[in-house]
Design a protein around this ligand. Structure first.
Ligand SMILES: [Zn+2]
Length: 423
């Protein structure tokens, strides 16, 4: 009976600690100081490692890793064992001044003090002690000094830094372009309350759908679209994504044409079908490497050009790859592949892809060219457009619509992106 009782007690503690555990499913995953690629890498976790999820924000998980540090990992790099929506525990300090300790005993180091009313994320409780998140680490508070309650998810995410924690980092929202509208509500239908300029920074309050609520200079609040700003951890200027591995990249794959727009026609196949087959294969290859892949279409569907560019901009794509096959007015005029870019800073990516296409693909290489295509011009993310062969060229036509050609081309694009995202 005693044995059974101990077993049940132990089980209860473990169950609470593991209510939301995830398994890493990419070879190496960076743990960052905040929920985005712009935050510094503080540690790494490896494939099959299990981490405890504390909360979730913008497709990132705040996790506790094995050395008791707390950081953020991209949710698309892990497999959920069990994520429970009701596991957000928040503790409120009930005494005027309470010590925060490194371990669950009164002899251990004091990491700091918190004052009455301060709210902290609770990880779990055992033997009279409550484990909490204190800045980026795990700490302990005597359970008699903290009142623990389950709170709805949205509230729990913003309770880590309270007014009482004067030293807690304040996230900044930095505007990317002149003339950015700050609105009275989280949609483009809401009225403009202020216009901001490139480099302007505001204190981040909370995320509402695709919008950030920010604090303006006069103390009032307004909303700005999250795709036109950068969110940082502190007062530094706008951060840039510092990806160190393709598994951290968001890649948008754009299968050209679709639906009533067939694209180039050959005797027995349509461009829209060949681009979709190629896009699906490329998506699978990139996903197997851990990348976050978004397809502008994954069926025979018509998608407006502005929607394709919007998908890239709105998801802050780290690369946008538009796939096409070509034809010419006169049969057998041209053969081979061509890589197009629009913005000068995209030439490096275009060069890299083109080199790899020529290395992995069997067709002649027509090099890298400037191309005034809508999906490149209206795209503020690194974007290239690939013409992967001529459907009305006798040589190209024999190879382009084959599984073998598609796997060669996909491997070339994958290798190029892998190099591009490895510093
Ligand atoms: Zn096309």
């Amino acid at each position: 009976m005693i044995g059974l009782f101990l077993l049940l007690t132990a089980y209860a503690t473990v169950a609470m600690a593991q209510t939301s555990t995830v398994v890493i499913n990419a070879s190496v995953v960076n743990v960052r100081t905040g929920p985005g690629l712009s935050y510094d890498v503080m540690s790494q976790v490896v494939e099959d490692e299990k981490v405890q999820v504390i909360t979730e924000q913008n497709e990132w998980y705040k996790v506790r890793i094995s050395n008791d540090q707390v950081g953020w990992i991209a949710s698309w790099l892990v497999d959920n064992i069990e994520i429970s929506a009701a596991t957000n525990l928040v503790g409120t300090i009930t005494h005027p001044e309470v010590n925060v300790r490194a371990e669950s005993n009164t002899d251990s180091d004091i990491l700091g003090t918190v004052t009455e009313g301060t709210q902290l994320t609770v990880l779990f409780q055992q033997e009279g002690w409550t484990q909490v998140q204190y800045y980026n680490q795990v700490a302990w508070i005597s359970s008699s000094l903290i009142d623990v309650k389950v709170t709805p998810k949205q509230e729990a995410t913003s309770t880590v830094a309270t007014e009482n924690d004067a030293a807690a980092p304040i996230q900044q929202v930095t505007v990317r372009t002149d003339g950015t509208n700050i609105r009275s509500g989280p949609s483009i239908e809401d009225s403009v309350v202020e216009t901001a300029f490139k480099g302007d920074s505001f204190a981040f309050v909370e995320a509402v759908d695709d919008w950030y609520l920010i604090e303006l200079a006069d103390g009032t609040q307004g909303y700005v679209a999250n795709w036109v700003v950068d969110l940082s951890a502190n007062n530094e200027a706008a951060p840039t994504a510092n990806i160190t591995n393709i598994s951290e990249a968001t890649i948008v794959i754009d299968a050209g044409h679709g639906g009533h727009d067939s694209g180039a026609l050959a005797q027995n196949f349509y461009e829209k079908k060949v681009t979709l087959k190629t896009a699906k294969l490329l998506a699978a290859r990139l996903r197997s490497a851990g990348a976050n892949v978004i397809m502008t279409r994954d069926s025979d569907e018509f998608i407006e050009l502005q929607d394709r560019a919007y998908i890239s901009n709105n998801n802050h794509a780290d690369a946008f790859i538009s796939l096409h096959y070509d034809s010419t007015e006169t049969r057998n005029e041209i053969s081979g592949t061509t890589t197009y870019y629009y913005h000068e800073e995209e030439k490096a990516l275009a060069d890299l892809i083109n080199q790899n296409l020529s290395q992995y693909g069997p067709l002649p290489n027509n090099g890298v060219r400037y191309g005034n295509y809508f999906v490149l011009r209206e795209n503020y993310q690194p974007a290239v457009l690939l013409e992967l062969g001529y459907l009305n060229n006798d040589t190209d036509q024999q190879v382009v619509n084959t599984d073998n050609y598609r796997s060669q081309i996909v491997e070339g694009i994958y290798q190029a992106l892998n190099q591009y995202f490895t510093p």
